[in-house]
Design a protein around this ligand. Structure first.
Ligand code: S3P
Length: 193
């Protein structure tokens, strides 16, 4: 699949993608604050909507069931404006979600990239590490990462996050957004993608 086309329209949504530990939920609010937009973490949204944790949803519905709920939730959010969305790391496994990301011409998809060992280490250092269903599946984790990479790499913007603080990552994204996306003072202006 070729990379997503550069969008001709100012983005109304910025969608952060990347593997677990990429920093989507940390960088997202910083980016949203700089833009004066709202931020939503799709996992947190699902937990609030269903009253169950992600681990409980995995246990009750299986991974395929979880992916369906995740894709449906995203489809419902898709017409929002001035929103930064953090997708779960596996959301791009859903064909429906990939189609949304590919076809929307006023959405900017940003991949937060980091090497696999860095991602695993970041996850292990988080308080919720034990409740991450897929982090426990060590034998398949790396192959999952590999098979997802080609989807992540289709994003409009890819940012290498290793060694960077979250604010620096947010600033890098801002500097690479199309000028038209920014409701920021000129001094912080952006280059084209
Ligand atoms: C998953 C990533 C998690 C969460 C669930 C499954 C995955 O989200 O959706 O545990 O398949 O990679 P984060 O990437 O926000 O941690």
């Amino acid at each position: 699949m070729p990379p997503y086309q550069i969008n001709p329209l100012p983005p109304r949504l910025i969608v952060l993608i990347g593997f677990m530990g990429a920093g989507k939920s940390t960088v997202g609010p910083l980016l949203a604050a700089r833009l004066g937009w709202r931020f939503l973490d799709v996992d947190a949204h699902l937990e609030a909507r269903t009253g169950s944790t992600i681990a409980e949803l995995f246990a009750a519905r299986g991974e395929a069931g979880f992916r369906r709920i995740e894709a449906e939730a995203l489809a419902h959010l898709w017409n929002e404006r001035e929103l930064v969305l953090a997708l779960g790391g596996g959301a791009i496994e859903s064909e429906l979600t990939r189609a949304l990301l590919e076809q929307s011409r006023d959405v900017c998809v940003v991949f937060l990239r980091a090497p696999f060992p860095v991602l695993v280490e970041r996850c292990e250092n988080q308080p919720g590490a034990r409740s991450r269903p897929l982090l426990q599946e060590r034998q398949t984790l790396h192959s999952r990462f590999q098979s997802r990479l080609r989807h992540y790499e289709n994003a409009h913007i890819a940012v290498d996050t290793d060694g960077l603080r979250p604010q620096a990552v947010a600033d890098l994204i801002l500097s690479r957004l199309p000028e038209s996306a920014l409701a920021l003072p000129k001094a912080q202006g952006a280059r084209n993608i």
